[in-house]
Ligand binder design. Structure first.
Ligand code: ISE
Length: 339
């Protein structure tokens, strides 16, 4: 591929995130186009492909990747399908942007980690989009500057309007808190060493049987603590907030105070309703960064190691949720490729 030619991307999975990424690459991102889409639902793949010039529809990721007009792959299928798609991409040595989670459990994430090492070079950027969000980026720069001293604690709040019908109590951790797991590791530069999950009486607004909300306590190997309130049926809006408490001050993001109105005896603003709205710019910047680095022949951003570490922490979190108590996280030694 010559750098001036657009990157030709196969998008695997055309559900909510996949279809949004197809639109983004087609209309927003520079230097790339979607040449193939893949979905187990052939009709859905065809209808998404029909909206993009020169795009073919497939039901098998490996077949799409074998095609001559694919330079890179964006994986946005459900988590359990990621391992097969990643291994197929490695067979063709194609660069991949893989939506989170890398895979749903630590054992499969480790297999992907080992397969990438066997290639001998990094190929994967994991889609932890908060690392591209302007507020998170500012918080990270402030913490890294040392102006506030050493970070001692992070307080995180993660609220969704309503959970989809397939959502389980474990998914509050593996699908939602996965973001705070990555944000904590990235912001602090520590690994998470243990997880405890507290379970208040579920909200009457949550579907029958769903443990919602939950309070998750993450301990790090650098001696910091990060707590997460996860509440996926809060009903009123999509909120993601973080406050760092440091030795000489605190810093807080996610209050959404961009526009405040005063009218008719009230003051206030609006609350975003889902992550595609709250993190729209972060997704645009994430995909653009991936396209740019791929066209330079480089791999940047959250790595397979980050995806594996998040999967291992979430697995410990799910055990803590189900069995109670504090569960230690068991990570393999970090391979040289990711140091
Ligand atoms: C969803 O999969 C996401 O990734 C969203 O960012 C998160 O807020 C939501 O809870 C998850 O289910």
């Amino acid at each position: 591929m010559k750098p001036r030619e657009p990157l030709r991307i196969a998008v695997v999975g055309t559900g909510r995130m996949g279809a949004d990424h197809v639109r983004r690459i087609d209309r927003v991102v520079n230097g790339a186009r979607v040449t193939a889409v893949v979905d187990v639902d052939a009709e859905r793949a065809k209808s998404v492909a029909a909206g993009v010039d020169g795009c073919t529809a497939h039901t098998d990721p490996a077949a799409a990747m074998a095609s001559a007009d694919v330079d890179a792959v964006l994986v946005a299928s459900p988590g359990p399908a990621h391992e097969a798609a990643l291994l197929a991409a490695f067979e063709h040595d194609l660069p991949v942007l893989c939506e989170k989670p890398l895979t749903p459990d630590a054992a499969s994430a480790l297999r992907v980690l080992e397969a990438e090492q066997a290639l001998g070079h990094r190929r994967v950027q994991v889609g932890f989009m908060r690392r591209y969000d302007a507020e998170y980026v500012r918080l990270k720069a402030l913490l890294d500057s040392g102006r506030l001293g050493r970070p001692l604690m992070l307080h995180n709040r993660h609220r969704n309007v309503a959970s989809p019908p397939f959502f389980t109590s474990a998914m509050l951790i593996s699908d939602s808190v996965a973001h705070e797991v990555d944000a904590t590791r990235w912001l602090l530069g520590h690994e998470i060493s243990a997880v405890t999950v507290l379970r208040p009486t579920p909200s009457s607004g949550a579907p029958e049987g769903l443990r919602d909300p939950q309070f998750v306590l993450l301990e790090t190997d650098g001696g910091a603590i990060s707590d997460v309130e996860i509440f996926v049926n809060c009903g009123f809006g999509y909120q993601v907030q973080a406050e760092a408490v440091c030795e000489r001050g605190t810093a807080r993001i996610g209050d959404g105070h961009a526009l405040v109105t005063h009218t008719a005896g009230h003051w206030g603003g609006t609350i975003t309703q889902d992550w595609t709205e709250r993190f729209a710019q972060a997704y645009d910047d994430e995909v653009q960064a991936w396209v740019d680095s791929t066209r330079r022949g480089e791999v940047d951003g959250p790595s397979t190691w980050d995806g594996y570490a998040a999967a291992a922490v979430c697995e410990a979190g799910v055990r803590a949720l189900e069995e109670g108590g504090r569960v230690e996280v068991d990570l393999v030694e970090k391979p040289p490729l990711y140091r």
